[in-house]
Design a protein around this ligand. Sequence first.
Ligand SMILES: Cc1ncc(COP(=O)(O)O)c(C=O)c1O
Length: 417
Amino acid sequence: MNNRPLTAKINDKGHLEIGGCDTTELAKQFGTPLYVLDELTVRHNCRQYVSTLKSKYPDSLVIYASKALCNTAILKMIADEGLGADVSSGGELFTAKKAGIGPEKIYFHGNNKSRKEIEEGIAYGVKFVVDNFRELKNLDEISSSMDKQVEILFRVNPGIEAHTHEFIQTGKIDSKFGLQKSEVASAVKIAKDSKRLDFIGLHAHIGSQILDIDPYLIEVDILFSLAEGAKELNLGGGWGISYLGEEVPPVPELLEKVIGKVKAKKNFAPRLVFEPGRSIVGQAGITLYTVSYVKDIPGIRKYAMVDGGMSDNPRPILYDARYDAVVANRNEAPKITYRVAGRFCESGDVLIKEIKLPEIKEDDLLAVFATGAYNYSMSSNYNRVPRPAMVMVGNGKAVSIIKRETYENLVEEDLCP
Ligand SMILES: Cc1ncc(COP(=O)(O)O)c(C=O)c1O
C-alpha cells in the first residue's frame, strides 16, 4: 500500500518489518508508543524533488518545511540530500543551525515573529518571508540597527481554495497569513526604498494535503501577475500523501506540470523554491502502540485501547484526520471492526474511528501508518504523559534519534517558590 514506508513488509515470522527491522523487536527494545522513521523513504522523497528539479529547472531550491517533523538528525539527513529548511520559529531556526544548514538555504516564515527571532534570523543571515507590514517595519529597523542586509520575500495570499479539509487550509482570503494581493505593490515599494532590505520575490502557500495539481497552476499564474521581474518565486508546500491508500499523483508529475506552466511564461524566469513538509516525511513514519485490552460494548462497538493517543498524534482530534493500521505481530486477515482509542482523559481521544483488524488479543502491537508528519511535531504532554521516543530504521539497524521523555523531564522546568 502507498501509505506505508517503502521498506514495509511482512517477514518470515509474520511480523511487520520496516527498514529491515522487525517491529516487535523495536517495541521490545525501545518500548511503546514508539515513532519509527524509515530512512530510505525520507531520502527517496527528498530525491524525487531534488532530481526532478535538477533535470527540469536547475535554477531552483527545495526547502524542507521543518514544522512537519523537526529534529537535528532529520534536518541533517535532509541537508545531506541537498535540501534547505523552512523554519517558522526561533526553535526551528536553532535546530536547522545545529544541523549545519547554511543561512543561504534557510527561509524564516511565520505571521508573528518576535523581535528576538528577527534578530536571530538576521544574525545568521537567513532570508525572511515577510508576512505583514508590522514585520516589514521591524525588519527594517532591526536590520539597520544591526547594520546587516536582509533578503526578503513577501508572503501573499493568492486566494486559492485548495481541495482539502477546511481547518487545515491557509491559503484562503479569510486567513491570518500573508498580504492581500492588493497590498503587494506598496509592500514592494517600502522594501525597495529601504537601505537594508533586498526584495527578492514572492511566496504563497495554498493549503495542505492537496492531491490536485490544478491549484498550483493557478498559483503560478497569480504569482507571475504580481511579481513582474522578481528574482524568485516560492510556491510553498502542501502536496498530499496517502493516508488510507488513496491515489496520489507522483511528485515528479506535479513538478513537471508546474515547471511547464512557468516555462510557458515568457516575461521572466524566476528561481523556483518549493517547501514540502508532509510529502517528505509523512509516509516514512509509523507509530507502534501496545493494545492493552478490548472493551466490548455489546451491540454498540469494540474499543481497542492503545498506550498512546492524542498527545502523540493530535491530528484526529484536531482535524478529524483518518489513519490506517495493522496488527504488527501477527499476519492475519482483518475480520472485526474496532474503534482504536487512546489513553488520554478526553472522550474524543480516538485515533481511528473504525477499522477492520484481526481479532485483537491483549498486548498485541498495533502499527499506525503515515504518522511521520505533524505527529511528533504537534505532540504534547497532556496528562503529563512523556513523549515517545523516535527511532530511525535502515538496513536492519535502528538508531534512536529522539529519546523517550522521562518523568524527570516533565518536572524539570517546574518551580516551587
Ligand atoms: C508556509 C508553509 N510552507 C510549507 C508548509 C508545508 O506544508 P506541507 O507539510 O503540507 O507540505 C506549510 C504548512 O503549513 C506552510 O505553512
